[in-house]
Design a protein around this ligand. Sequence first.
Ligand code: NAD
Length: 273
Amino acid sequence: MPTNGNVNRLQGQVAIVTGSSSGIGKAVAQAMAAEGASVVVNHSGRSAEAAEQVVASIKAAGGNAIVIPADVSNEDEVKKIFAETIKSYGTVDILVNNAGLQKDAAFVDMTLEQWKTVLDINLTGQFLCAREAAREFLRRGIVPAKSKAAGKIICMSSVHEVIPWAGHCNYAASKGGVMLLMKSMAQELAPHKIRVNSIGPGAIKTPINRSAWETPEAERKLLTLIPYGRVGEPSDIGLAAVWLASDESDYVTGTTLFVDGGMTLYPGFATGG
Ligand code: NAD
């Protein structure tokens, strides 16, 4: 669990974290619960046991959480996440659009199915969840005792919203899409006091990229891309997400916060170009 001093920055708020049975989403769910939020732990439907363990860890730390399985690329299932959340907790204050995956292939070998699966989950899934969240935020409006904003949406993007990635065209296209989806939503929703931002993680140790950090050789190679000299931990993202969801970032909207140890500083240019 991240140590964040437990200052209850999200007290009384309800957070849906998509894809929070594992990796970054799990750390975000735990960090938000540690700050007083009631958390919905979502997974695709295939990770029930892992999701229950996340809920158990939150409850053991004195927090509040439930599991709602749903495929974020399915409109009816997304509506179900929100309906069940509102039934259990009354409303939604924070959405973390985190669910995502990779289906890697050389460009010329990439199948339409690999392309569509990644775009459907990583981009359309974020649209569907954000739309339902914004509808609920607009319906409810600001509750001053909880937050200065009517609602907060945090999109899990990637350094690959700006760094091209050979062998991962579908993934890079999905994250590039998330960048302008996020900014366009932020522009449209700001007058309604809804804040929309992204986090752009660099390399974080999770199952999605295990082969990139699992062995000492792989980790050494990865570190050549990270000026700060360490691979990221899921809690690095959890703590950033708490800040973006809290009133400490009340004047921040339409921004990607890169949490990447400097990966977007293009370290290959450090010794010339
Ligand atoms: P992970 O594989 O550990 O977790 C992915 C989560 O998404 C799981 O909980 C899984 O159940 C869920 N998921 C997958 N498909 C889903 C669906 N259709 N509906 C609902 N949930 C679904 O991966 P992670 O590294 O924790 O990735 C989380 C997010 O962070 C992704 O959006 C990923 O692109 C992004 N990201 C990760 C890294 C990294 O280095 N790990 C870097 C940049 C961005």
